[in-house]
Design a protein around this ligand. Structure first.
Ligand code: ATP
Length: 768
């Protein structure tokens, strides 16, 4: 464990002066580059008109400079944070961004933390110094250097204060003990060796990062995204990286880390955002969500779609061409069998259903009107039959009748109808528990079902494709016209110039009409993340899942569809699972997709929770599963966690008194109050009345000094002080209640208090 004092070597004022001078040079260069990007951006914004291709190129250049500007702005704080000195090389400065002098041959002024050259900053130790003699952490406020922490890595020269398992002790300790702000900070200045291994692991394959609370899984996941985008830029800028988090509050909590790392091209989303056009954030019971998350839903959804392919009891009659036309059950049955046998998605197979039904009906008509009264062959020719089929196909009454038996369906329509109709649920083989009002909002657990239905239903895009082909043909004809004009004018220009004519390339020599059209097609200039958000079938270059233990098997199916390359990083902790459809085994999650071909890395050091709090958490963890070991705390806070029994009828007042006391103790820090679901509303209302501005509700604003929420909402978050209310109820509320309590007590970075109205649960006996 790190002692509460940093192992800093003294640095002279001359050092401070020269480092400040260097820092100033770096900021001057940053300003210069910023100004250049700004000027170019302004110039582009002033341009107007031009060809479609010119406009497209302009838009791409505009986006490029806008992104560059955003990057330069995002590194304003902490631009440079480190320096490496080598025995046989000049010093190397490490920062959030790489910077070169105007003369690029002069070498880098600042090395991007993600570049291979920056790696010793995170890995070098006194035992394995990698040629580094000294690692220097530069502490800054704005553009001013406020301090220097040095570590001497050369054992001979050093004073032995360095520790082998922690790099940059003083800087790390200062980051860990700083007040929380309600927004996660990046950790580039103090990434530890075991975290660095994960962050820089290669792009391909499934990588699981298992680690107890506070081991930096979220931090590592975000820095890995930044590293991958930097290292595989070509590949990933086109396809994008998806980061999936557990809820919107959490996404807001982590939202500032990536821009701070100069990365803007990532899609941050929750499961509820993964079906374009649907915002699925309504709540539902954990038991219902668990049913929806199980793979039994696959058969049920297939049944639900099959149930929409109906048959009449006997026949239906429509008016065709002034005569009654009977559409018999047998005809529809044969058409349905043919369509189902095709194995195509419902909406695509509809073509087969219609074609087959019309074929059968045309035979029926042929038998009626073409029958030879003398008993010979049917009198209708093939051409007559084709005409009959065409007439049937174009007959609106026939179309409508066939539509009833094999309708075009959307995922939303099928799922909404299914979940709001007891008969449909029963017929699909689903429990009545899933029944809800038609007007109910979509929930996150609905999203994988919508996605699965989208696959089962497919899209009949025959008409769209035909229209696109027609448009392209028209464009090519137009282009041919344009090229002919160009060619025509060339022959005029060079009519009399003999040999020279053959030596000059014309437009037709370098471009055919098809290529010409392609060049003039409007290119989509949205970023990969923007396009991905709007496209259900988007394939990401890499997918990162945080709190991955909470995802249901159905949710994993959705994600794997978005990532056929199986380039996935899953970070989580199987001891913290609260969702009933979540997992306690990574093997079970990944086996179906990649068999044994997945890697697991375990993080073992807890950077968040001090040892005193972790001792309490360890007892809870032992009750969750005696085989699990808690992560080792990197520091102690010197504060003993406490518990207080209060009468149930004064819980609210006692809580408010405790809130006032804790809030004063943590000064500018953040206080989190974690309550059972049953008490959330009433305690929240009382709290806001007594402490105006306290954050409550579905999406509490974590920037507030005090926030009250359920444990489920607090997943992945942290506070300087945590008050856990009614732990017995938290345990009793869910079959995974002990895991929830484990999550609750491990949210604290400094102080933990428990208010209980009944006997303290056995797992918290150490607080008695
Ligand atoms: N190398 C580091 N340097 C500085 N701070 C760190 C480092 N690693 C982790 N932290 C800090 O520790 C805290 C916990 O990290 P994080 O939230 O990523 O943990 P986690 O493993 O995702 O936790 P949980 O499973 O409880 O959600 C954060 O405040 C994070 O910034």
């Amino acid at each position: 464990m790190i002692p509460q004092k940093g192992a800093t070597l003294s640095s002279s004022s001359a050092d401070i002066e020269s480092e400040q001078a260097y820092l100033t040079t770096l900021y001057q260069r940053l300003d210069q580059l910023r100004e250049q990007a700004d000027n170019r951006l302004r110039a582009i914004l002033l341009e107007a008109g031009g060809t479609p291709q010119g406009r497209t190129q302009r838009e791409a250049t505009r986006a490029h400079y806008a992104e560059q500007l955003a990057q330069f702005n995002s590194v304003e704080n902490g631009l440079c944070f480190g320096r490496l000195d080598f025995s046989a090389d000049s010093p190397r400065y490490i920062g959030r961004l790489g910077l070169f002098a105007e003369d690029r041959d002069a070498g880098p002024l600042l090395v991007d933390w993600r570049a291979p050259a920056a790696r010793p900053f995170y890995l070098a130790t006194a035992v394995h110094p990698e040629g580094v003699t000294r690692r220097r952490h530069l502490r800054t406020r704005g553009r001013v250097l406020t301090g220097i922490d040095d570590e001497t890595l050369d054992i001979e020269a050093g004073d032995g204060t360095g520790r082998e398992d922690v790099t940059g002790e003083a800087a790390l300790l200062s980051a860990l003990t700083a007040n929380r702000t309600g927004r996660m900070r990046d950790i580039v200045e103090t990434i530890q060796a075991e975290q660095d291994e994960v962050i820089r692991s290669g792009l391909p394959g499934v990588l699981v990062v298992q680690g107890g609370p506070g081991t930096g899984k979220t931090a590592v996941a975000l820095h890995r995204a930044a590293y991958l985008l930097y290292t595989y830029r070509e590949q990933l800028t086109r396809s994008g990286v998806l980061i999936l988090g557990p809820n919107t509050t959490f996404l807001r909590y982590i939202s500032q880390v990536l821009p701070g790392l100069a990365e803007t091209g990532v899609l941050l989303a929750t499961l509820g955002d993964m079906f374009p056009g649907v915002r699925a954030h309504a709540a539902e019971s954990p038991a219902v969500a668990a049913i929806k998350g199980g793979t039994d839903m696959l058969d049920a959804l297939e049944n639900a779609v099959a149930d929409r392919q109906t048959l009449p009891d006997d026949f239906v009659e429509v008016d065709h061409d002034g005569y009654p036309l009977r559409i018999e059950r047998e005809v529809l049955l044969a058409a349905r069998t043919a369509a189902r046998r095709s194995g195509r998605p419902h909406n695509v197979a509809r073509q087969i259903f219609v074609t087959e039904a019309i074929h059968q009906l045309s035979q029926q008509i042929a038998e009626r009107i073409g029958a030879d009264p003398l008993g010979g062959d049917n009198l209708l020719s093939e051409a007559d039959l084709a005409e009959t089929r065409r007439e049937l196909r174009e007959d609106v009454d026939v179309q409508l009748a066939l539509f009833d038996f094999w309708p075009v369906l959307t995922p939303r329509q099928v799922l909404r109808d299914l979940l709001s109709d007891a008969d449909r649920l029963e017929s699909a083989g689903l429990p009545a528990e899933l029944l809800r009002a038609r007007s109910a909002g979509w929930t996150p657990a609905d999203v994988p079902l919508l996605d699965e239905l989208a696959e089962l239903l497919g899209v009949d895009d025959t008409l769209k494709v035909r229209e696109q082909q027609r448009q392209r043909k028209a464009a090519i004809e137009y282009a041919e016209g344009v090229l002919e004009i160009v060619e025509g004018s060339r022959s005029l220009d060079f009519e009399d110039e003999g040999a020279e004519k053959d030596e000059i390339l014309s437009a037709l020599d370098v471009v055919d009409a098809g290529a010409f059209v392609e060049r003039h097609e409007v290119i989509d200039t949205r970023t990969a993340a923007e396009r991905a958000a709007a496209d259900r079938t988007w394939v990401f270059g890499h997918v990162i899942v945080d709190e991955a233990q909470e995802l249901s098997p159905m949710a994993w199916r959705l994600l794997m569809r978005r990532c056929p390359s199986r380039s996935v990083t899953a970070v989580g902790d199987v001891a913290q699972t609260s969702e009933l459809a979540g997992t306690n085994s990574w093997e079970q999650v990944f086996e179906p997709y990649v068999a044994q071909r997945w890697r697991i890395v375990e993080l073992s050091v807890n950077y968040r929770t001090p040892a005193e709090v972790m001792a309490v958490a360890a007892d809870v963890l032992a009750a969750v599963d005696p085989a699990l070991r808690p992560p080792r705390s990197v520091r102690s806070a010197g504060v003993t966690p406490w518990a207080r029994r209060v009468p149930a009828d004064t819980l609210s007042e006692d809580l408010i008194a405790a809130v006032r006391k804790e809030a004063a103790l943590i000064e500018e820090g953040r206080l989190g109050i974690l309550v059972p679901e049953r008490l959330e509303e009433s305690l929240g209302a009382d709290l806001v009345a007594a402490v105006p501005g306290a954050a409550i509700g579905e999406q509490p604003d974590l920037l507030n000094h005090v926030a009250l929420m359920t444990v489920r909402q607090a997943k992945g978050l942290e506070f300087d002080s945590v008050l856990v209310v009614a732990p017995d109820e938290i345990i009793a509320e869910s079959p995974r209640g002990l895991s929830d309590l484990y999550v609750a007590v491990t949210r604290a970075t400094r102080r933990l208090g428990v208010l209980h109205t009944t006997d303290l649960p056995k797992v918290l006996a150490s607080l008695a």
